[in-house]
Ligand binder design. Sequence first.
Ligand SMILES: CCCCCCCCCCCCC/C=C/C(=O)SCCNC(=O)CCNC(=O)[C@H](O)C(C)(C)COP(=O)(O)OP(=O)(O)OC[C@H]1O[C@@H](n2cnc3c(N)ncnc32)[C@H](O)[C@@H]1OP(=O)(O)O
Length: 333
Amino acid sequence: MAESSRFDHDLVLAHKFPETTYTYTERDAAVYALGVGACGRNAIDSDELKYVYHEDGQQFVQVLPTFSALFSLGSLTNGSIDLPGLQYDPRLLLHGQQYIQIYKPFPSSASVINKVSLAGLHDKGKAAILELETKSYEKESGELLCMNRSTIFLRGAGGFSNSSHPYSYSNYPKNQAPALKIPKSQPFAVFEDCTQPSQALLYRLSGDYNPLHSDPMIAEVAGFSRPILHGLCSLGFAVRAIIKCICRGDANIIKTISGRFLLHVYPGETLITEMWLQGLRVIYQAKVKERNQAVLSGFVDLHHLTSSLQLKYSSRQETQEFHPREAVGAEAQ
Ligand SMILES: CCCCCCCCCCCCC/C=C/C(=O)SCCNC(=O)CCNC(=O)[C@H](O)C(C)(C)COP(=O)(O)OP(=O)(O)OC[C@H]1O[C@@H](n2cnc3c(N)ncnc32)[C@H](O)[C@@H]1OP(=O)(O)O
């Protein structure tokens, strides 16, 4: 039942998002990889060059798993979402979380059919939280490639329901959004990476045109001193760090990615990603070095460990937790 003129429960739940098709080429995959910092420190890094260039031709470039978060962005209107029955100020929208399940490695080019549905809506008083799920199918084979669930934090849009029983609707299993505890132990690996002052301007070319990331006036209205980095760009940096340090360059062992955006990042800031290995789960946290603040945390689930990690830590695997004496990767501390 409607509790406020800004919210119509029936209208929201009845809304059918149109099916969309997203076609990408090897060039899109490479532009995306550059947008999340691949080869930003080293243009001949063999772990990362494969996302941008292949000696046998561009059709052999590989695609980062986080690229899939872009598949349904074409359905956004100027970077925000039209949802009949829920009114909010699009200038106050922030990306809250992203959850990605990967079912098979992405081809270097493809047409993808996206089916978007409402996965959740919650009244948090000062904000409304909207969750949208996108299932993406390869057009040619009809196979399910991935599922993305985006949580959108709509500042100022809460308080639309009875505060003693705030509205909360969710249609997915709770274990897909577990509460995350960052271990107190020393991280397994640490990776430091600089974002560029132009990072958001480059990243937006991959299809996320919300002016919060490019327009100083809009950023100011949203409460920031200047345009901020896309949450999905920070996530791309963190997952790249995990691919490098834990997956030893093999992104295909990634099954699930989850991230919560804790605080904004300004383009040009340095991201330090700390990683802890717990069985096949990598818990991670990214901090902005200049402000010493955590900006992103989450987990990445792997199909298996790389053989070099397995050999090294097989004796400790029984405990499902590793307390490494050394961190991996040239940049680890
Ligand atoms: C049409 C179909 C389209 C389909 C495609 C969908 C794609 C969707 C992509 C959308 C992308 C849009 C444009 C992109 C925008 C951006 O990238 S913005 C940049 C990235 N994001 C950020 O920088 C946000 C950083 N985080 C913060 O600033 C803060 O965490 C916050 C979000 C402002 C919340 O802080 P605060 O107000 O202090 O919240 P709390 O008081 O702590 O908590 C209140 C409740 O909200 C829950 N919560 C808190 N943070 C989050 C979060 N990040 N995500 C989800 N939920 C959050 C928290 O748990 C509290 O709830 P309860 O525990 O129940 O009380």
